[in-house]
Design a protein around this ligand. Sequence first.
Ligand code: GLY
Length: 577
Amino acid sequence: MLSFGQVINGSSAMFKCLIQGAFLILVAIQPALGASTEAVYSDNAMVSSRSTLASAAGIEIMQKGGNAVDGAVATAFALAVTYPSAGNIGGGGFAVIHFPDGRVLTQDHREKAPGKAHRDMYLDDEGNEIKELSRSTHLAAGVPGSVDGLLDMLERHGTKSRQEVLAPAIRLAKDGFELDRYLARHINTVGKKLQDTPAGKKKFSMGDRALEAGDTWKQPDLAATLQRISEKGRAGFYEGETADLIVAEMQRGNGIISHEDLKNYRSVWRDPVTTNYRGYDVWTMGPPSSAVLVLQILNMLEPYDLAAMGWGSSELIHLMVEAERRAYADRAEHLGDPDFWDVPLEGLASKEYARKRFADVDLKKASNGDDILAGNPSGKESMETTHFSVMDSGGMAVSLTTTLNSSYGSKLVVAGAGFVLNNEMNDFSVKPNTMNQFDLIGREANAIEPGKRMLSSMSPTIVSKDGKPVLVTGSPGGSTIITTTVQVILNVIDHGMPLHDAVSLPRFHHQWTPNRIIYEKYAFSPDTLKVLESLGHVGFMEWPYGRGIGDANSVMIKDGVLHGVKDPRAEGVAVGF
Ligand code: GLY
């Protein structure tokens, strides 16, 4: 077993990022603004998000008669102001929407590669990856999708005007809000690099000094950009002054996003991917998300009586790890943007394929990692994000995950426009079998092409029964998003847990390669660990602070009452009315 020191010394970028995050979460656990680890109950509407002020923004609109889509769009724009490391207008995301009549649609507003992007753009002359290029430069940014996606959701399925829904975000940016200890500290540590440019320094400091807890933090440039969006809709971002500012920012740093890329960006409505798991319909995002892995893992596990095995038993953990390993092997080979790559989606999501894929699992022995190859689902031979959940009492629910990719994305602020640009290009496979920042590998399916969307792990998910939403969940956490989402679902369906326990209990994660199991403190008892080792599992890495895998802000409805739970691993709050 690896010790904490070994983990740190030999750590990948993902681990460094997780460790940094946990340190900050420890700070956040101190009584921060509105932090709550309790479940919240209400009859009419519920929002659970990483930011107390953003949850309140969503509820403000729903209290005025808005539906779950109105609440979700207001929450998402407010997150761009109050949770700037992941909430965004300069990034992208996915939303799963459940309608009162039982229909489910998904909205893909993932970023796209700019028109001048090309396959080897992050490699040197010898074909070696130049790591920082796809992570922290102007070249790292994909064409942002959030504004188009959120506005399209609102226009098609909301009931409130753009001006009403954007008002809380504009107010928060213009009038400012009081910085809590967590956010002040996060900006000055994880976001330190933001200060390297004049635009970043202007936004993320008080001019002559660093931001401090208790300061009223105002973001006038961001307020003006949001105001343009409020007045002009998508043209307020993808054309005119905002587009000019983005392109000027690109020119300052050899970036390649053009006016044409911005003008041509369109989000896409896609069919959800779904499976029935023990009588519940599970709906999640299809490619370019890899959330179909949630369904694959559930389908592989369904034949087994997990409840009888018991939460935390070595028998159950062994099965879950084996399912995760096979699903992530398929991700590397088969998943990419469906507009560019023929993803064998039906096969991947099918029960038949799951049974075949799991047929070689030995209940008494871990598989040899080298023996796990991608399967053949078609028969003919793919960190810092944030998730929130919204439900109203009328049967409408929204599960939305959004991101800049890393914390504060590329750590570049668009001068004059006041928002942070994503570094989503790192989610492409920059070279076959080369790890991205989450240690995920990919191949041809996720290679860079102009206009293509990079593969994502974001898995906003809704579980329904008899056409009514039951559970809305999802998480940030890079590659761990998928396994966090699966664990919340299993905890509710198989283990019958109340939502608070389902979200709070310790988690673990395996992603096929590297061959290691990350686990939170208390997830595995010492004798469970011994049994898992005796089965042949290797690479155990305890998450040193006992918290930190995911932030699964979830909402559930039971006997007509909405239950909202803010994941206690990080701050924020569930708000209901
Ligand atoms: N940027 C992380 C993801 O989309 O998976």
